[in-house]
Design a protein around this ligand. Structure first.
Ligand SMILES: Cc1cc2nc3c(=O)[nH]c(=O)nc-3n(C[C@H](O)[C@H](O)[C@H](O)COP(=O)(O)O)c2cc1C
Length: 191
């Protein structure tokens, strides 16, 4: 028993989506969790729902009947932990200003604070003051925004090799989810 029984994963349109299956697998294997995925339309253009479905228990695509049946309200309540992985700059902005133009952002708005965001974007985007403001707002609101790790990165748009702003590796990301869940369950300590 890991304490993380049910994971809701919001998958947004960051290029980090190409590695999301490894993270889903890690959640299944390492946590033994039931894993449901909500995708944005941009994410669906990058990785088909059919592929994600091989690595999780259910995929709720942005235009699916489940999404239209108010899954955005039900799913955050179902989840032991809600993570957005990868989190695009756009989804961080929507979440920070409380905008809900899609089932994924509606689920974020319907959830309790404590969502774990894993941003993944070009380092110039990550350093942009607007992104930093959105990250600060999300943290003030009680969410967890995991700093991307710098590492050798290939910049898809320009072909440059730069220090990337990417997600921590799957095993570490999953341990973070376990830790966030454990801390939340333990509640505030005395004093
Ligand atoms: C090939 C490609 C790669 C992209 N990679 C990223 C990325 O790594 N991070 C990011 O924040 N946005 C990235 N974008 C831009 C987002 O896909 C775009 O802002 C989109 O509207 C995000 O929608 P969503 O937040 O609803 O998923 C990329 C776009 C394309 C076409």
């Amino acid at each position: 028993m890991t304490g993380v029984e049910r994971v809701l994963v919001g998958v947004s349109g960051s290029i980090g989506v190409v590695s999301v299956c490894q993270y889903l697998l890690e959640m299944k294997v390492r946590l033994g969790a039931e894993v449901k995925v909500v995708t944005s339309a941009a994410a669906e253009r990058m990785v088909p729902a059919e592929t994600l479905a091989l690595f999780c228990d259910e995929v709720i695509a942005s235009d699916s009947p489940a999404a239209r049946r108010a899954a955005h309200v039900v799913l955050p309540q179902w989840a032991s932990v809600f993570t957005v992985l990868p989190a695009s700059a756009n989804v961080l902005a929507d979440a920070a200003r409380g905008a809900a133009p899609s089932p994924l952002t509606a689920a974020i708005l319907a959830a309790e604070p404590g969502i774990v965001f894993f941003p993944n974007m070009n380092p110039r985007m990550w350093d942009n003051p607007a992104v930093r403001r959105n990250v600060a707002t999300l943290r003030e609101d009680g969410h967890v925004v995991v700093d991307p790790v710098a590492g050798p990165g290939f910049e898809v748009a320009t072909g440059e090799v730069t220090p990337g702003a990417t997600m921590p590796p799957p095993a570490l990301a999953v341990e973070l989810l376990r830790e966030v869940t454990r801390t939340r369950r333990a509640g505030p300590g005395p004093g």
